[in-house]
Design a protein around this ligand. Structure first.
Ligand code: ZN
Length: 312
């Protein structure tokens, strides 16, 4: 779809260039927008000239340019024509998140479920988080901030996957996706997606937009489901071990998706101590995809970020 669209736009652009060539060109060879504007103008006069040879061509040529406003698309293709930076963006089948091979074998329908999500990794706290999850046979989703990765995290990243957890895409450099260009949005998503593919062999990952921030343009361009949260641990907001522990043990409800950050040691410590309390209350800690699979929730790409509990 995306490729089709950009091919179409590139084609349109080429067509216009050619139309420009066949006329009286030779002026302003490559001045970006200017060049585009000129070729757009030359297109209609040419057509008018051949379509209505009888009527005085010149006046109509200058009288009609107003309708030329339609081929607007020329405004954008100019910069896009050459780079075409992200042709490999994976499209998920039917626009729906596939949970068919997500393991939910040890989740029973009576279990209360809570999805733990850890943003802004990889960090040195992954080890503690993984140790805790493994100890209790629980799982979580780790949203990766691509440019925080370095080789020293390679092994622990493999651990995340091998122990049944899930990676998500938290962009490459953590910008507000609402404040950057479409090409930059695509690049932010694709760079981290392909890093995660390199490490895990998987191609598709849920996306958490930095700051939970998305708008119509972001929705249109992010070809994966976006996941926000239903409960914020607030660890990022002057959080402490106590505040996170209290949130986890007192505020969690069935179906919650909890926002936490792998960047804080106190969060990892609070998680370690809160999990047995949650288990005592009948909870299982799961990844976002496990929560969706267990509850029959279908996630869609190109949609607003999910930001609510997933109950039965
Ligand atoms: Zn973040």
């Amino acid at each position: 779809m995306l490729m089709k669209k950009s091919l179409l736009v590139a084609g349109l652009f080429l067509a216009m260039l050619c139309a420009g060539c066949s006329g009286n060109n030779s002026n302003t060879p490559a001045t970006g927008n200017d060049a585009a504007g000129i070729s757009a103008d030359t297109v209609t006069p040419e057509i008018n000239a051949t379509a209505t040879p009888i009527t005085t061509p010149e006046p109509t040529a200058t009288a009609t340019p107003a309708p030329t406003a339609t081929p607007e698309p020329t405004a954008t293709p100019a910069p896009t024509a050459t780079p075409e930076p992200t042709p490999t963006l994976a499209l998920i089948a039917e626009n729906e998140w596939d949970v068919s091979d997500v393991d939910i074998s040890d989740i029973s329908p009576d279990d209360k479920l809570v999805a733990f999500t850890f943003d802004d990794g990889p960090t040195e706290n992954y080890e503690v988080l993984l140790d805790t999850l493994k100890e209790y046979g629980m799982h979580a989703t780790f949203f990766v901030w691509g440019n925080r990765y370095s080789d020293k995290y390679h092994d622990v990243m493999l651990r995340v996957i091998n122990e049944g957890n899930e990676f998500g895409n938290h962009t490459w450099s953590h910008p507000y996706l609402t404040k950057i260009s479409t090409d930059e949005v695509l690049e932010e998503i694709e760079k981290t997606r392909s890093l995660l593919e390199e490490i895990t062999g998987k191609r598709e990952f849920l996306v958490r937009p930095p700051y939970g921030s998305a708008n119509a343009d972001v929705k249109a361009n992010v070809y994966f489901p976006m996941i926000n949260w239903s409960l914020d641990s607030n660890d990022w907001n002057n959080g402490t071990y106590e505040s996170v522990y209290e949130k986890l043990t007192e505020k969690v409800q069935d179906g919650d998706i909890i926002l936490m950050h792998a960047s804080y040691k106190f969060t990892a410590d609070a998680v370690r101590d809160a999990i047995p309390v949650l288990i005592e209350k009948g909870y299982r800690i799961v990844s976002v995809s496990q929560l969706c699979a267990a509850r029959g929730k279908v996630l869609k790409a190109n949609a607003a970020p999910l930001g609510m509990k997933i109950t039965g």
